[in-house]
Design a protein around this ligand. Structure first.
Ligand code: IMP
Ligand code: MG
Length: 184
């Protein structure tokens, strides 16, 4: 793990400072989240909607730990360019084609920072009249001032530093790391 972190230091503009959540810790937490979701969801159609790109690894691991029928779809929204601070505005690039009305929707997000991405998406998804709407966030920085909907499922409370890996990027780099690390 450390060897790959060291070699990655030479590639991007920003360097990895250290591992914050190790691969094994993430796997254990994702298994537990899968059990929680399996136990807590009532009958009915469950649609797991991943917010791209950041949730792609988390979602693919999570759905394999949910032991009940479900469907998967994706949304794309952008709030970051190459900056490490939130712009505050969220742009929705496309909507899921799947019908949302009458379904239990579980929106899967990589990390909650200001909450503006989720606030915008929750409002949009509620317009589609789902049977229920919940959020599952892998990481939560616990710094959002006003949230339309607090995530019902959270992987880890995260430090307020900028994190990469396991789907999270800095300017599109580092998404493939199997662990979550902070940047210098
Ligand atoms: P929010 O809208 O301020 O809550 O920011 C959420 C979005 O910003 C996430 O979906 C991420 O794409 C991105 N983001 C926030 N914090 C980080 C971080 O520490 N690393 C990588 N991306 C982040
Ligand atoms: Mg991002």
């Amino acid at each position: 793990m450390l060897r790959s972190a060291v070699s990655l230091k030479q590639t991007g503009g920003r360097k990895l400072a250290g591992v914050v959540f190790a691969e094994e810790a993430i796997a254990a937490r994702v298994r537990a989240l899968g059990r929680e979701i399996t136990a807590q969801y009532p009958d009915g159609d469950l649609l797991v909607v991943g917010l791209l790109k950041g949730s792609f690894i988390f979602l693919s691991d999570l759905v394999r730990r949910i032991e009940r029928p479900l469907q998967v779809d994706f949304l794309v929204a952008t709030s970051y360019g190459t900056e490490t601070t939130s712009s505050g505005s969220v742009q929705l690039l496309y909507d899921p084609e799947t019908e949302l009305e009458g379904k239990h929707i579980l929106l899967v997000e990589d990390i909650v920072e200001t909450g503006s991405t989720l606030n915008r998406l929750v409002a949009l998804l509620r317009e589609r009249r789902p049977r229920s709407l919940n959020v599952c966030a892998l990481l939560h920085k616990r710094m959002a001032e006003r949230m339309e909907l607090e995530p019902a499922f959270v992987g880890f409370d995260a430090p307020r530093s900028f994190l990469v890996g396991y789907g999270l990027d800095h300017a599109e780099d580092f998404r493939h790391l199997p662990y979550i690390a902070s940047l210098t």
